[in-house]
Design a protein around this ligand. Structure first.
Ligand code: LMR
Length: 327
């Protein structure tokens, strides 16, 4: 029996994400928590004729703790979204507190769960969650992931358009972080190759992957940021984590605390950074190992990665300052 919990289930990402999860044959029980409307969303989804049961929870009667009871996987799309003119970092103040509160409940009620964090800014909210779990003595780096899959989804889509390839057949690793120049698409490893593109086209492509989120924020003109594509991306990542949980071979990229994952410690030392989005393999206990991709990087990609690392370090520093005041 696999139980999946969505925290922030009635929001812009939460609703389509819950819908996709409800349709998944990998899930038996879906628990939807939000501060409003989660009962209605759960009732609505419960009429969908798929195998899983759905229950909604509100803050009353310790709803979050109830939802988390016996959770195998927890997805967190809770928090505020960007408006035009804002960076993801501008969300830090409000979302860091939300993530810290939620993580405390997970630490108490479902410390064994695999946690998939979507709330921005990922480069900072993941370290906040890690520190909270550490304070409760239940941190396991193999079980806590920042969802950066939308960067890969975008890269696949845009490369597909430019090379006239079905995006489902495109594979390209995107590493680093999840904001602006911390996002590092590794075009040298793209399949199909992007060598047919001009230098300008490749530069524009890298820029578009890095700043794709801004395109959506501008197009929504004050009504938020990516919700549908983010829900799709988070679902894709959840499926990969769940496949690993079920004992199948699966791999993906995500933002993690490197020193706590096999293969991650050497990478952390080489790059002098603790957090990074990197390719990894998944198993029943979450991440099995980080796949070393350093040797395959071109000198230009290594330069981009070093810039990304500086940005990530600043974001992590901000998270540590927050946590020190929080406790
Ligand atoms: C995205 O990449 O679209 C999300 O992180 C949302 C945002 O604020 O851009």
């Amino acid at each position: 029996m696999v139980k999946v919990v969505v925290i922030g289930a009635a929001g812009g990402i939460g609703q389509p994400l819950s819908m996709l999860l409800k349709m998944s044959p990998l899930i038996d029980e879906l628990a939807l928590y939000d501060v409003v409307n989660s009962i209605g969303v759960a009732a609505d989804l419960s009429h969908v004729s798929s195998v899983s049961s759905v229950t909604g929870y509100l803050p009353v009667n310790n709803g979050l703790e109830q939802a988390l009871s016996n959770a195998d996987v927890v997805l967190i799309p809770a928090g505020m979204a960007r408006k035009p003119g804002m960076t993801r970092d501008d969300l830090f103040k409000i979302n860091a507190g939300i993530v810290a509160n939620i993580t405390q409940s997970i630490a108490k009620k479902a410390p064994q769960a695999l946690v998939l964090l979507i709330s921005n800014p990922i480069n900072s909210t993941v370290p906040v969650a890690v520190e909270v779990m550490k304070r409760y003595g239940v941190f396991d780096a193999r079980r806590l992931f920042g969802v950066t899959t939308l960067d890969t989804v975008r890269a696949r889509t845009f490369i597909g358009q430019l090379t006239h390839t079905n995006p489902r057949e495109v594979s390209v690793p995107v590493i680093g972080g999840h904001s602006g120049v911390t996002i590092v698409p590794l075009l040298s490893q793209s399949k199909p190759s992007t060598a047919c593109l001009s230098e300008e086209e490749r530069e524009n492509l890298i820029h578009r992957v890095r700043f794709g989120g801004d395109e959506i924020v501008q197009a929504k003109a004050g009504a938020g940021s990516a919700t549908l594509s983010m829900a799709y991306a988070a679902f894709r990542f959840a499926e990969i984590v769940l496949e690993g949980y079920e004992g199948e071979d699966s791999s993906s990229t995500s933002f993690v605390y490197l020193p706590g994952i096999p293969g991650g410690q050497e990478l952390a030392q080489k790059l002098d950074v603790e957090y990074l989005s990197v390719p990894m393999l998944f198993g029943p206990n979450g991440a099995i190992k980080v796949v070393n991709m350093l040797d395959k990087l071109t000198p230009e990609e290594l330069d981009m990665l070093n810039v990304a690392i500086d940005g990530v370090k600043d974001n992590v520093k901000k998270a540590m300052e927050f946590v020190n005041q929080y406790f």
